[in-house]
Design a protein around this ligand. Structure first.
Ligand code: IMP
Ligand code: MG
Length: 174
């Protein structure tokens, strides 16, 4: 991988965003024992850091969602390709993803999980590419809004690479 990367949020900036979100979530979910639902694979670094920054008890589970079709831009319908392990009836769910783009992934995941009668369903994303939104989805916790560029790092990939970078960068030219 030899892309020219422009760092937008270094590790310190990412940590500040995560800490701010964790404070709000810890306050709002005190006494509610939430289940943090990470959307694989992009959510992994964010979920790991967020969970450790919380000051309240929480459980962790994962699911995987994929858009039909391929390419650099997500498009079309979303399906759940790996499901949660546990019963979520009457639980407070916080869906955690690194980024919201069209919003289709979060909207689909929230709708599917609501069918299982949880107590509540909210969403948290570190990065919000809100200029790209094509479906209406309420996201309670947002780290920061970003312009429409292709981003990699901290869970975000280009052809499955760069997820392990500790910072978030834009691919130059995008
Ligand atoms: P949405 O369903 O269009 O909101 O897209 C969400 C998914 O698209 C994310 O979970 C990412 O996997 C992917 N995605 C969106 N924008 C980017 C990006 O800039 N870089 C890498 N992946 C992205
Ligand atoms: Mg991807």
């Amino acid at each position: 991988m030899d892309d020219d990367l422009e760092i937008l949020f270094d590790a310190e900036a990412v940590e500040a965003l995560v800490t701010g979100l964790a404070e709000r979530i810890s306050r709002d979910y005190a006494g509610r024992d939430p289940v943090l639902v990470g959307v694989l694979k992009a959510a992994v670094p964010f979920l790991a850091d967020l969970a450790r920054a919380l000051t309240i008890p929480a459980e962790i589970d994962f699911l995987e969602a994929s858009s039909y079709g391929s390419g650099i831009a997500s498009s079309g319908a979303v399906r759940i390709t790996k499901d949660l392990d546990r019963d979520i009836t009457a639980r407070h769910l916080l869906i955690v993803d690194c980024i919201a783009d069209s919003g289709r992934t979060l909207k689909t995941v929230m709708e599917r999980l609501r069918e299982r009668h949880p107590a509540s369903v909210e969403a948290a994303v570190l990065i919000d590419k809100r200029v790209r939104r094509v479906v209406d989805v309420p996201i309670r916790y947002t780290g920061i809004a970003v312009p429409d560029r292709f981003l990699v790092g901290y869970g975000l990939d280009k052809a499955q690479h760069y997820r392990n970078l500790p910072y978030i960068a834009a691919v130059r030219g995008s």
